[in-house]
Structures are given as C-alpha cells and as structure tokens.
Design a protein around this ligand. Structure first.
Ligand code: HEC
Length: 187
C-alpha cells in the first residue's frame, strides 16, 4: 500500500517537473525584458501590426536595424525621424549632444553622463530598449527622469511608440555614438 503511494507521488512530482521544464522552455524562447525602474518584467507583447524586425527583436533581443543603420546613413534617417517627431531631441539635443538630458553621443559635455552611459546595460540594444520603452529609474541615475514611451506601457508619453519605432531610434542612436571603448552592440 505504502509502496504504491510513494510510487504515485514520485510519478506526480516527475510530471510536475516535466511541466515546469516545458514552461521554462517556452519562456526562454522570447526576449525577457525588465524595467529600468525597479527591475520588474517589462511586459511587451508582439502585436499583429508589428514589423518582422519588431517580432525578431521580441523573440531574440537582437535589434536588426543596428547593423544596417551603422553602414547606411540613408536608412538611419528613419530613426532620426522617430526622434525628431516625438520630441526626443527636445531633451537630448538636435545632434543628441545633450541639453536637458544626457548626451547620447557620449563625446563630451557638461554632465557626468555626457561621456558614458547613465546605465551600464545601455551597451546592449536590449538595455536601451528597456529604458526607452519603460522609462528610466525614478529618481533617475542622472537625477532627471527619462519618460516612458512604449504604447503598451502605462503612462507613456503622447500616443506612445511601437516596438519598431523604438528599435529604429536605438539604431540611429548607435550611429551617433562617438565615445570610447568597444562598440559591443555591433558584435
Ligand atoms: C523630458 C525629457 C526627455 C525626453 C523627451 C526624452 N528623454 Fe531620454 N532621457 C531623459 C533623461 C533625463 C534621461 C536620463 C535618465 C536617468 O538618468 O535615469 C534620459 C535617458 C535616455 C537614454 C539613456 C542615456 C544614457 O546615458 O544611458 C536614452 C537612450 C534615451 N533617453 C533616449 C530617448 C529617446 C529615444 C527619446 C524619445 C522617444 C527620449 N529619450 C526622450 C530625458 C528625456
């Protein structure tokens, strides 16, 4: 009797473990975004209107526009347009040189974050996406706060941006980087 019970519970535990394994496989297939404001999961889902590039990013954490824009200034204009139309340049400057917010060129300026990223994770496109989509820490690392932009994130500025628009802005920011060190995002 006892033997049977032990067997049954062992089987049950085994099945639970298998179910857990399947679940974690499913979860790890997608890019796990976290908020730059507290580190909670940033829940951005693919939608029907997403471009193939947006879908690829949400699946792999890889921004396909980065390598294209770095080689092709004409294509990079699409990212610049996102930033001028949405007022990013109002705070970060027309040349991203930093005005009321840190420089995104990182080639010098007045502030502590005009030569290095305010958040170390901004060495990756995933990290930049997390801060642009879900906003910066509050209070911000540089003491001012970066607003929230993704249209799926509560409290976003204006009409909000799509995943694709944010990826284009990021790829454009990469073309404007003039700071030191390895350009890890090109790997
Ligand atoms: C209201 C002013 C404001 C606007 C508009 C704004 N930002 Fe920012 N942004 C900030 C501030 C302030 C920070 C620094 C946040 C911190 O220190 O925590 C920041 C940080 C950033 C960073 C990280 C910089 C670093 O050094 O690590 C990026 C990238 C960025 N913003 C991109 C954008 C993009 C793209 C847009 C438009 C969609 C935008 N910002 C619009 C104020 C702004």
């Amino acid at each position: 009797m006892l033997g049977n019970k032990v067997l049954r519970s062992t089987l049950f535990v085994g099945m639970l473990a298998l179910a857990g394994l399947t679940l974690s496989f499913e979860a790890s297939a997608a890019c796990q975004l976290v908020s730059s404001n507290g580190g909670k999961p940033l829940n951005i889902k693919p939608v029907d209107s997403d471009t193939p590039q947006a879908k690829e990013f949400l699946e792999t954490c890889n921004n396909p526009y980065t390598k294209i824009y770095v080689k092709d200034p004409e294509a990079a204009k699409a990212g610049r347009k996102v930033m001028t139309l949405n007022g990013c340049t109002g705070c970060h400057g027309g040349k991203l040189e930093g005005v009321m917010a840190p420089s995104l060129r990182k080639d010098g300026g007045q502030g502590a974050f005009d030569t290095k990223w305010a958040y170390e994770k901004h060495n990756t496109d995933k990290g930049l996406f997390e801060t642009i989509a879900g906003g910066g820490a509050n209070p911000g690392v540089s003491s001012a706060v970066m607003p929230t932009w993704h249209n799926q994130v509560e409290g976003h500025a204006g009409d909000g941006l799509t995943t694709d628009e944010i990826l284009k802005a990021i790829a454009y920011i990469r073309t404007q980087y003039h700071g030191d060190g390895e350009k890890v995002w090109l790997k």
